[in-house]
Design a protein around this ligand. Sequence first.
Ligand code: AR6
Length: 172
Amino acid sequence: MMDRITVVEGDITEQKVDAIVNAANTSLLGGGGVDGAIHRAAGPALLEECRTLNGCATGEAKMTSGYRLPARWVIHTVGPVWHGGKNQEDELLARCYRNSLALAVQSGVRTIAFPSISTGAFSFPQERATRIAVREVRRFLESNSSIEQVIFVCFGKQAYQTYLDMLGEPTT
Ligand code: AR6
């Protein structure tokens, strides 16, 4: 199981995987952070397709082509904005991972890369978000054998170290 989860430090737009996940907002019409990077790298056709999707609710996921990206697909999910932790932030973040993985399986995706959803502009605490990300991916992989590789792509050394630490902890 653990060999199906890897963590790298880098730019998600460069990942050679079947699908990359975008940490989008409910409009799905672009933004900063990883969303901006993905739209820049994919080219304007991505925004054109996103316009047809009528947005996306928090915790849900929708899929598009990857256009100029090395990845064939982009799975757009909307993480929760952190409001202190008592507004279902944990559950909504968990749903981002579950729904993204379910959508990936439906499309025959075998390799998928995730950014650290909600931990940038949406201010979700890094450790808490990483614990949820690792737990949800582990749980999903336990009951699914079609996904071969999940890559957590970390932007910066600190996030990278947090993922390494969390992956080293025993499953709870
Ligand atoms: N590759 C991998 N990770 C990245 C990259 C990249 N190229 N760029 C940033 N990150 P954020 P959010 C990391 O803010 O918190 C957008 O405007 C970043 O360091 O991109 O879910 C959307 O349109 C952080 O760890 O997403 C929404 O409005 C993580 O990606 C809003 O931001 C997520 O940071 C979503 O906020």
